[in-house]
Write a protein that binds this ligand. Structure first.
Ligand code: ADP
Ligand code: MG
Length: 464
């Protein structure tokens, strides 16, 4: 048995990974090196695998030196690093090896002759647009109205109002949707204008490829005829200086030629980590349109719209329940709806709050904060403008007794506390008092629509 092959073991690999993380930083590590896997160590060659060709190229071009240096700390004899492509859970893809050799401390990247990279520089650019992502399918509410209006403006104008349009907002809030919608609208109304949509990752991929084929002019050529360029998720451009450089020049050239640019990121330009200052300020020089986290109303609106699109009948109560409880982002909410509908059709049971609770247990749990009785008391007291001590006091006047009953009711319906436990937190009241309060509020809810709405609002205040 080859002794050296066992010297580099799992323990060393985990430790090497830690070292790499330290050298390149958390962001770069998570974006790129996290996917690197150790395959084998034979004689002077250490082999790693990555799930995609894109990652392989990126790592070879940007991190092979660092990987070499760190690996050498574990095994001085390492002289050659090999990268192979192995999709997650799959087998190594033949002909994807890239070998990095060291000669006199000078490491050179060589292409494995068997690899399929002998074709000419491929001329594919941009990504297709998703037919579901149109303006018509986009539900507008307070949190996204500016971004929506700005996107519409960009897709309508032949005259440029703001350049670039920078859409920023958290994951799953509709940035990609809006960009595709811009693309569709322009294609429909001004088919002569050439629109290109691509992710920042793909932009970098194209650029790395161009470098490899020593053909950056072809890369630049692709931009020349573009009228509207949209680049999604530019936070991924962080760190890599020569790509940023290229991005910056492309960007300036297009703006000078009066071409429209639309950018998205999960942060505002000034908050982008690892991006050069001049690029940040260039990115922020048009209109920065924030997409804020969704509100209850917007979530409900989106769910109603999506349910309608799918042609399924879902009781309004269930939609309200979902909008209350799934607050992270629209994507997750859509997933919940899909799961619920699938369950309904497969099992054949009607969709109710109970089935929703059952089917979506995991999702609901994660967005279900632990709310305490004290928080409920505080919010209710604030809402009715009474003192928090009135929650415990023996006072029975209507102005404090009703809010107190409401707080008890909410404590019962939101927390998992028992009636006696709740009673104790309300100045040592008996559990029958709590039970009475719950009954009373339930009656009022049914008989008084204003009261019901007020209660819903309170619940939302406490939930958020
Ligand atoms: P982001 O790019 O911001 O991460 P996406 O644009 O991919 O988010 O949106 C995630 C999902 O949520 C998509 O299916 C999209 O259609 C949907 N979505 C987000 N916002 C809205 C909205 N306001 N109306 C309708 N669908 C939305
Ligand atoms: Mg997106």
């Amino acid at each position: 048995m080859d002794k050296t092959s066992t010297i580099f073991d799992d323990v060393k690999w985990s430790s090497l990974k830690k070292d790499l993380k330290k050298t390149v930083g958390d962001t770069a590590y998570n974006n790129w090196l996290k996917h690197l896997n150790y395959v084998s160590m034979k004689e002077n060659t250490i082999t790693f695998s990555v799930p995609t060709k894109f990652l392989r190229d990126w790592i070879v071009n940007n991190y092979s030196d660092k990987i070499k240096n760190e690996s050498k700390k574990y095994l001085k004899t390492i002289d050659i690093i090999k990268f192979v492509v192995k999709p997650n859970g799959g087998r190594i893809v033949p002909g994807t090896t890239r070998t990095i050799k060291s000669t006199d401390n000078h490491w050179k990247s060589t292409l494995d002759l068997r690899s399929n990279q002998t074709s000419n520089y491929p001329n594919e650019f941009g990504a297709p647009l998703d037919p579901r992502f149109t303006f018509e399918n986009f539900v507008v509410g307070k949190p996204n109205e500016l971004a929506f209006a700005a996107s519409q403006r960009v897709s309508e104008a032949d005259k440029i109002s703001f350049n670039p349009l920078f859409l920023c907002g958290g994951v799953g809030l509709g940035k990609t949707h809006l960009m595709h919608a811009i693309g569709w609208k322009i294609k429909e109304q001004q088919p002569d204008r050439k629109v290109i949509y691509l992710s920042a990752e793909k932009f970098m991929y194209q650029f790395v490829r161009a470098l490899r084929y020593k053909d950056t002019s072809a890369f630049k050529e692709q931009f020349r005829s573009i009228d509207v360029l949209m680049i999604d998720d530019v936070q991924f451009i962080s760190g890599k200086d020569n790509t940023q450089e290229e991005f910056f020049h492309t960007f300036n050239a297009l703006i000078e030629q009066n071409k429209q640019i639309v950018i998205s990121a999960d942060k505002s330009p000034t908050d982008l980590d690892g991006v050069q200052e001049r690029l940040k300020s260039r990115l922020g020089c048009g209109l920065v349109a924030d997409i804020h986290p969704t509100t209850y109303e917007l979530r409900l609106g989106i769910l109603i719209e999506k349910a309608k699109k799918r042609g399924v009948e879902i009781p309004p109560k269930v939609l309200e329940f979902l909008s209350h409880r799934i607050i992270s982002n629209v994507r997750e909410m859509e997933g919940a709806l899909n799961r619920l509908v699938a369950h309904g059709t497969l099992v054949g049971t009607p969709i109710t709050i109970e089935t929703a609770q059952l089917v979506l247990q995991d999702l609901l749990k994660s967005s279900n904060k632990k709310i305490t009785i004290e928080e409920i008391q505080k919010k209710v007291a604030e809402h009715f403008n009474i003192r928090i001590t009135d929650m415990h006091s023996p006072r029975r006047s209507r102005s404090v007794a009703r809010p107190r009953q409401i707080a008890m009711y909410l404590a019962k319906s939101i927390t998992s506390r028992s009636l006696p436990e709740i009673g104790r937190k309300f100045g040592g009241r008996d559990h029958t008092t709590v039970m009475h309060a719950v009954k009373k509020i339930e009656e009022l809810k049914l008989s008084d629509i204003n009261f019901n709405e007020d209660l819903e609002l309170l619940k939302r205040l406490i939930d958020s």
